[in-house]
Design a binder for this molecule. Structure first.
Ligand SMILES: [Fe+2]
Length: 296
């Protein structure tokens, strides 16, 4: 069998969300196969591969076909609280002994920020290209991940709004996204670590050249705007961009590997029973430049 990619929902969303079959990506793939997957990503923004039984090593090896990997920041974990290696973001509700975190656990509460729409690492100067999420243990129900197509959302803006957004620069920080869920329990060092970075509101995809809205709940200000006006404007844009017609909701099965392009999508996690383990391992491919380096 060879790699084939088809739309997940050819009727409602023929250009957003693809499902790949005919390939075992846990084993070494060829350069041509990697190029085909990247082409699929350019078209669909999100791609699902079912039944891929990755180890952390094989996931890292596969991910490296698409660029340099980010070092994981791992949500306030101290060194002795780390469960996983430097290139694996620990998207779990587990402690270092694999016990489910208590409801009031600080790291758990911080991680609830992923329930808000965002694009991974938009708070880094050079933000992420792809995120690759491998479902190792999933809860009995809930815990979907939803994806929004920011290219389609941009295209659907009226001409005046496009023109208004075009020159705008936002400041992104995890302090802003966590403030929205009432989490402000940061140390001085964390506050320094989470200092805001600037990103263009409209970005151009490095490979396809398509424009998209670069939004995230991490965006808390627009340069030169009063803060309340900026927040209200960004909130309206997120509301526009996450209308159901732009959204694919992924219901996980164990061993799914989902890749999304942070340069063209937003995503958010959905709730699940906090007493059940959920263990997802993410590798993150770094982008190659800040959106600030793009010509206006
Ligand atoms: Fe995320």
């Amino acid at each position: 069998m060879t790699l084939s990619i088809r739309p997940i929902d050819p009727v409602s969303r023929p250009f957003f969300g693809g499902v790949a079959s005919g390939i075992d990506i846990t084993r070494p793939i060829t350069r041509d196969q990697a190029a085909e997957i990247e082409k699929g990503m350019d078209q669909f923004g999100v791609m699902v591969f079912h039944d891929q039984r990755f180890t952390d090593d094989s996931q890292i090896e596969f991910s490296r076909h698409f660029g340099e990997l980010e070092f994981a920041t791992n949500n306030l974990r101290t060194d002795k609280e780390q469960r996983l290696g430097a290139h694996i973001a620990d998207i779990s509700n587990l402690d270092a002994q694999n016990n489910v975190l208590a409801r009031e656990n600080r790291r758990r509460l911080f991680s609830l920020g992923t329930r808000l729409w965002h694009s991974d690492s938009s708070f880094k100067t050079v933000p992420a290209k792809y995120s690759l999420l491998s479902a190792r243990i999933i809860p009995s129900k809930g815990g979907n991940t939803e994806f929004a197509d920011m290219r389609a959302a941009y295209d659907a803006l009226d001409a005046d709004t496009k023109a208004e957004c075009e020159p705008l620069i936002c400041e992104h920080s995890q302090l802003y996204s966590r403030a929205q869920i009432g989490f402000g329990d940061f140390t001085e060092e964390e506050r320094r670590q989470f200092a805001p970075v600037q990103q263009r509101l409209i970005r151009r995809h490095p490979s396809t050249g398509r424009k998209s809205l670069y939004l995230a709940s991490h965006a808390g200000t627009i340069v030169g705007w009063p803060v309340p006006e900026a927040r209200a404007f960004l909130r309206d844009l997120i509301e526009h961009a996450t209308q159901r017609k732009f959204v694919y909701a992924h219901q996980w099965t164990q061993f799914d590997l989902v890749i999304w392009d942070n340069q063209a999508t937003m995503h958010r996690s959905r709730p699940f029973d906090a007493t059940e383990p959920r263990d997802m391992h993410r590798t993150t491919v770094a982008g190659t430049r800040s959106t600030m380096a793009e010509a206006a």
